[in-house]
Design a protein around this ligand. Sequence first.
Ligand code: GRG
Length: 336
Amino acid sequence: MTTTLDVLHRSRRTVRSALLDALGRLDRDIRPVAAYHFGFTGLHGGPPSDEGKAVRPGLAMASAAAAGAPDGAGLPGAVAVELVHSFSLVHDDLMDGDRTRRHRPTVWSVWGPATAILVGDALLALAQEILTEAGTPQAARAGTLLAATTRQLVRGQMLDLEFERRDDVTPAECLDMCAAKTGALLSTSAAIGAVLSDAPGPVVTALAEYGAQLGLAYQLVDDLLGIWGDPATTGKPVFSDLRSRKKSLPVCHAVNSGTPAGNALADWLADARDTGVDGLRRGAALVAAAGGRDWAAAEARRRVAAAEQALRTAAIPAAPRAELIDIARFVVDREH
Ligand code: GRG
């Protein structure tokens, strides 16, 4: 299922053809797998399907507009951030053993782990190629920013995997992991159009902070959907994050709440055998009873307010500012 938010639809149309051109550079054996991951084709060249929400390219395009630049200025950034996002999804699905994404079989589950690793690597390399080939100082700055962001993604992923094995993860550690895993790329997406447009420092800083706050809101909502989302809409199995004992933000908050339900949740999480639907329902009820669900929903709204506040700290024209605010509100209201 795809979004109906106007600004994302418009940028998706522009970015889609640039992405297709970019994928055209991939080698013969890699290209069809990448096109499948993007939803541009179905399995074995079948019809296209869900292409994802395209939030990151939408942010990159709005970022160039926020710097007063034309669409073309943000386009390489928009393509590059979606390529990096896709690299992370292809590799993440392999690491987590997830067989479904966007209601379709994942790359590794169709073509195997080696192909998933290579396709992800090719997408990451392509992102740098597209971003830096203009050869301008702005393109070089954007390339460095995206490379540093990728390192943050990797750091966040390492922590996420480590936390699955630990039972003493603090809320601060969990927030740091989410800032790296999700916040870093959203922050860069929101800033990269402005960087490519040679915008003044305060505008880039305001956009990066907007994106970082939005990223935390994004992850908070993602974590809520990972427990209480409708599988028919999210494309993930019911209670998927509880099944894997993920230390998501609502879970981490609940376990550290000092409430009887929080303590019972800690015991429940330690009991790896309880993965039937009734057990998972009990785990979800404990997260809610310990305040994790309400806290995460309220914290997502606070982060969106902080994102909007960041936009007020720099001179950003009214129209792109309104689009960025629309994207932020879409993030907290989304159902997938
Ligand atoms: C470096 C391998 C590696 C991973 C980095 C980004 C990441 C960590 C893993 C991807 C899985 C995940 C749940 C990440 C959190 C960020 C997030 C909410 C991703 C899903 O993004 P959406 O909802 O996806 O924008 P669509 O399908 O709309 O593109």
